[in-house]
Design a protein around this ligand. Structure first.
Ligand SMILES: [Zn+2]
Length: 146
């Protein structure tokens, strides 16, 4: 099963801020950009093609602030970013359910063969918590779904 990764917009970058920026810093960046790109603030000699670009930019800046300016949506977005980072660091080969792995009675663990010939192993204790499992031979990982 192919795992499709949909890239998300980087709202921090749109505001020109670091992901570690606090709310006050983010607000300052936002206010500065809004003044720069607000459709009402554009001078008449800006070429037509650029006006459209600036409007798009303004919409993005506004969206970024809607997400990052609210503690709850910011937290949610930060979490998504963290997961995206994990996925990018390690290639996820498959997303599978624990029931789809074979139960090894002797060793008390779930196993699954990797396409490299190696093996993914999840012990019974680990099965409760882990969601990403590394192959014992190559650098692929699988994601356990619940
Ligand atoms: Zn492997």
């Amino acid at each position: 099963m192919a795992f499709e990764h949909i890239p998300r917009k980087d709202w921090y970058r749109i505001l020109g801020a670091e992901p570690s920026a606090n709310l006050t810093e983010l607000k300052q960046k936002y206010q500065k950009l809004v003044l720069l790109y607000h459709p009402d603030k554009q001078s008449a000699d800006v070429p037509a093609g650029e006006v459209e670009e600036r409007v798009q930019r303004f919409i993005e800046i506004d969206q970024a602030w809607k997400i990052l300016g609210n503690e709850e949506t910011k937290k949610e977005y930060d979490l998504q970013r963290h997961e995206d980072d994990l996925m990018q660091t390690w290639p996820v080969d498959a997303q599978i359910y624990l029931e789809d792995m074979s139960w090894n009675k002797d060793e008390e663990c779930y196993t699954r063969l990797c396409r490299c010939g190696g093996k993914y192993t999840v012990s019974r204790n680990e099965a409760e918590e882990v969601s990403l499992v590394c192959c014992d031979t190559c650098s692929l990982i699988i994601e356990i779904l619940r």
